[in-house]
Design a protein around this ligand. Sequence first.
Ligand SMILES: Nc1ncnc2c1ncn2[C@@H]1O[C@H](COP(=O)(O)O)[C@@H](OP(=O)(O)O)[C@H]1O
Ligand SMILES: [Mg+2]
Length: 241
Amino acid sequence: MISKLKPTVQRNAVPDDWLITESNTEFLEKHKCPETLADLKESDVVIWVDPLDGTSEYTQGFLERVTVLIGIAINDRAVAGVIHQPYYKAESGDVGRTIWGLKGYGTGGILPVSPPSDRFLVTTTRSHSNVIVQSALDALAPDEVLRVGGAGYKVLQLLEGKAHAYVFASAGCKKWDTCAPEAVLEANGGTLTDMLGRHYRYGKDVRFPNSSGVLGTVAGVSHDDILSKIPDSVKQAMKQD
Ligand SMILES: Nc1ncnc2c1ncn2[C@@H]1O[C@H](COP(=O)(O)O)[C@@H](OP(=O)(O)O)[C@H]1O
Ligand SMILES: [Mg+2]
């Protein structure tokens, strides 16, 4: 699902007590707005919302993999994002957590962990695989493939050090699946592109499908090295879509 809205909230569209209209002055005193974002126009901003990422996981009871994604694109590029995990269970007993990222600034709501240095771990789809998805995975010869649903959840696995790369050579994901995950991952030094190494554009007129797949890598892992191992047959298939 998508919202391609101007960031102006229509006050009569939702009950008053749903709206938080005051900025957090304590936060704003401590943190400066990145200079590149200081003079934005509303028309530069597109917000991509996926209210339930991991639908298939939700229906099958894998609740921790369900996320709510809010991605903020500025002039076509994913710049900021929120990944909310409503069913996350913390050791403290708290349920739910909210992770955010702003490129050039950093991430919050999670303490990122590096993946192990002695094994190469890849995360991919559980329910949307096919021959091309599998041949990209085979070419990387990972020590382990984690098959889990949800674009948001897979990026959280990268930030939690459970995988080095998110590899999905399929046209199935949409812009609302990747805008927030891309921004959060890149705010933490990672990279998220299509299977040819190109960043997706998230402006208001783009097509919804991410036709050329998804490749995400965590900070410290060479995106280019992984790209160079993806077979030409996979790249060709991704180009044609
Ligand atoms: N072949 C396909 N057909 C439809 N949707 C697909 C798809 N492949 C991936 N997606 C969508 O991309 C997101 C991540 O996929 P996956 O969970 O397989 O990794 C999911 O979002 P939703 O769960 O929000 O629908 C899923 O529906
Ligand atoms: Mg989704």
